[in-house]
Each structure stands twice: as C-alpha cells, then as structure tokens.
Write a protein of this length. Structure first.
Length: 134
C-alpha cells in the first residue's frame, strides 16, 4: 500500500512538472512573438520598406497607385499571421476593400502618396493616397 501511494505521488509530481514546463514554453513563445517586430535589423527594415517607397511622393500616376494597391494587398495576404507587417491604405487592410480602392483610382490622374512608419519596427504602417492638386 505504501508503494502504491508513493507511486501516485511521483506520477503526480511528474505530471505537474510537465505542465509547468509546457506553460513556461508557451509564455516564452508569446513573449518572443511580441518583441520580434521590434528587433528587426536595419537591412531587413530597408528591404521591406523599399518595395513600397518607390511608389511614394507627390504626383504619382494612377497606374502606379493601382500597382501599389496590388503590392499592399499581396503583402497583407502574406503577412496574415503577423500584424507587424500589415499595411493600411486609407484605413483599409482587407483585400476586398483594397480592390475597391484600386478601382476608384484613374490611370490618367495624379495622386499624392505618403507613408507613416511604425514606431518600434520602423516599417511602413499606413499609406495615405489623396488627389493631387493641379
């Protein structure tokens, strides 16, 4: 009888140890994901931002704005699991909303395209597109 009770105590201690180790791993992984955006090196940030910075500026052609919309839509679909790299265009992030925006831009018109950068990661966070004044 003593051996059985000691075996149950040992089994309980082992299960409790496994639970504590699993909980520690979960906390570690969540913390790692939370700070991953803040620890990007400058070359990686430059590589991410350079795809979009080519389309920034005053008097950007409508065809280039449409290309930018496609680029942002594809970026957001690829970064669906990591919101650090999701980019907003005129308060829209979903693919369907970006397609609607894209269809509202005319090829013959010019637009002002500006970007706002995310503080910790320094990647582009928001792109604003407005009509260029003539």
């Amino acid at each position: 009888m003593e051996n059985a009770s000691k075996a149950l105590i040992i089994a309980g201690a082992i299960l409790l140890s496994i639970l504590i180790i699993g909980l520690g791993m979960m906390v570690f992984n969540n913390a790692k994901d939370a700070i991953s955006g803040a620890n990007l090196d400058d070359s990686k940030v430059a590589a991410i931002n350079s795809k979009f910075e080519n389309y920034l500026g005053p008097k950007v052609k409508g065809s280039n704005v449409k290309s930018l919309c496609d680029l942002v839509k594809n970026n957001n679909l690829a970064a669906d699991d990591d919101e650090t790299f999701t980019i907003t265009i005129n308060d829209k992030t979903e693919a369907a909303d970006i397609n609607t925006l894209k269809s509202s831009y005319a090829n013959g018109k010019f637009y002002n395209v500006t970007a706002t950068y995310n503080g910790p990661s320094k990647t582009i966070d928001t792109i604003t597109i407005t009509d260029a004044e003539k």
